[in-house]
Design a protein around this ligand. Structure first.
Ligand SMILES: [Zn+2]
Length: 447
């Protein structure tokens, strides 16, 4: 058990002063007491916020950030980027995965995320066989999270085909091949080591309808994550194979509800946006990656109009900061609509985005509670009360300035994940050791 005392905190009921937060040994908040005692607690003079969960990560892609920016002068898009990604991952072994994941997760914590849903599809050897331990790659990534002390929900994904027509995997996709039975084995191995898991279905193009049904039948509860409608080419291929758009097709195949996290969902009609919003599924939005890959703009005003739920993810890790995802999310539609705020949503925009990302992130990771309340995961952060960007601010204006006004060093001073303070004074206790291992790995991979 651990206890913290903070001079102010954002609870569901609003800002409260002198708040004592007690956490149990399972990483859950046990009690939250405004005007609480400091006795036996670690004390912080600063504003405490719940930390959003990162709803979508491919940890290994942290090693590629910046390496795919060299144009050959031809047409470059998601599909050409994917070829570069395939060539890169062909060199990765489980030790590399662990070193890269630990680096990504340390940075993720420092960027303000309190937990992560890891969407994992490197299952096999580069040649396409299984490692002696079928879960070797998954366990390596999970060990990276353990080193970083980041709350993890591991979502190994079913991946079977190269297209909507059921085409067999290409040679460079052989590492990904896993059916529902393989994923059940890998999840079992993770659970035996105390790692929480979720089901991931890579995409409609990579998992045939009958295998989606099989995977869902074998997973009656818990989160289900899937990439959907990220690319116009994917929408067109789905239309030609099924006569339906991807999101329509998915709703035909499955009972999409609050268990689901639909990652990207970039290319939807207004009807699809409405349907996703009404379903209670989480839209897993990754604006910096979607921008980097030239995916397109998600219809965020459409989601807001129907009170849809969203979470943010860092996906390819071109950024690892909550604030950058939220900024890009809002600036994207502001630029397109030449407006600043959504009508009908009076109040502090940064605080509103932050708290909705907290709620959607918790739902995507299968949490029954969110925020600073008993029963929620003890994932929260404390801001530097002396940071110039926060000077003079109170209440939700602090969160507005955290999101929309950051200059120089991050105001995020302390990060608590699973009830443990893993970032203090802006530093992670393991960051030097983790970075050394990461540098060694990168010098080997990029040489
Ligand atoms: Zn992804």
């Amino acid at each position: 058990m651990s206890a913290y005392w903070v001079s102010q905190a954002k609870l569901a009921s609003g800002w409260r002063q002198n708040v004592r937060i007690e956490c149990d040994v399972h990483g859950l908040i046990e009690s939250v007491t405004p005007e609480g005692s400091k006795e036996g607690a670690e004390c912080f003079d600063g504003a405490c916020l719940p930390a959003p969960s990162n709803v979508h990560s491919h940890a290994f892609q942290r090693a590629m950030a910046g390496l795919a920016e060299l144009s050959n002068g031809g047409r470059d898009d998601f599909w050409s980027w994917r070829e570069r990604m395939y060539a890169f991952l062909a060199r990765l072994d489980p030790d590399d995965l662990q070193a890269i994941a630990a680096q990504a997760y340390v940075e993720m914590l420092k960027g303000g995320y309190g937990a992560v849903a890891e969407f994992h599809y490197i299952h096999r050897t580069p040649e396409g066989g299984w490692y002696e331990d079928k879960a070797a790659c998954a366990l390596a990534v999970a060990e990276g999270a353990a080193i970083a002390g980041l709350d993890l929900v591991f979502a190994p994904c079913v991946y079977l085909t190269a297209g909507f027509d059921g085409a067999p995997l290409q040679p460079q996709q052989k590492r990904f091949q896993a059916g529902p039975e393989d994923i059940a084995d890998i999840r079992g191995a993770l659970k035996r080591r105390g790692v929480r898991t979720a089901l991931a279905l890579h995409s409609l193009r990579a998992v045939p309808a009958d295998r989606i049904a099989e995977a869902l039948a074998g997973t009656p509860a818990g989160p289900v994550h899937m990439h959907v409608a990220e690319q116009v080419g994917e929408v067109e291929a789905c239309m030609s194979a099924t006569g339906r758009r991807p999101v329509e097709h998915l709703f035909d195949l499955a009972n999409v509800d609050t268990r689901w996290c639909l990652v990207h969902a970039t290319h939807m009609t207004p009807e699809e946006t409405s349907r996703v919003s009404r379903s209670g599924a989480v839209a897993g939005l990754c604006p910096t990656t979607e921008g980097n890959l030239g995916d397109g703009f998600f219809d965020f005003p459409g989601l807001e109009a129907h009170s849809g739920v969203f979470g943010v993810g860092t996906d390819s890790h071109v950024s690892l900061e909550v604030v950058e995802e939220l900024r890009w999310l809002d600036y994207g539609w502001r630029l397109r609509q030449q407006r600043r705020f959504a009508e009908g949503r009076a109040g502090h925009r940064g605080a509103d985005l932050w708290m909705r990302a907290v709620a959607g992130g918790a739902r995507a990771l299968g949490e029954a509670h969110c925020g600073l309340e008993p029963g929620a995961k003890a994932n929260f952060l404390i801001l530097d009360s002396d940071h110039p960007s926060l000077a003079g601010r109170q209440g939700d204006a602090l969160i507005d300035s955290l999101v929309f006004c950051r200059h120089g060093v991050s105001p995020i001073e302390t990060v608590i994940s699973n009830g443990v303070a893993v970032v203090r004074e802006g530093r992670h206790a393991e960051e030097d050791r983790v970075a050394d291992a990461y540098r060694r790995t990168m010098r080997k991979l990029v040489a």
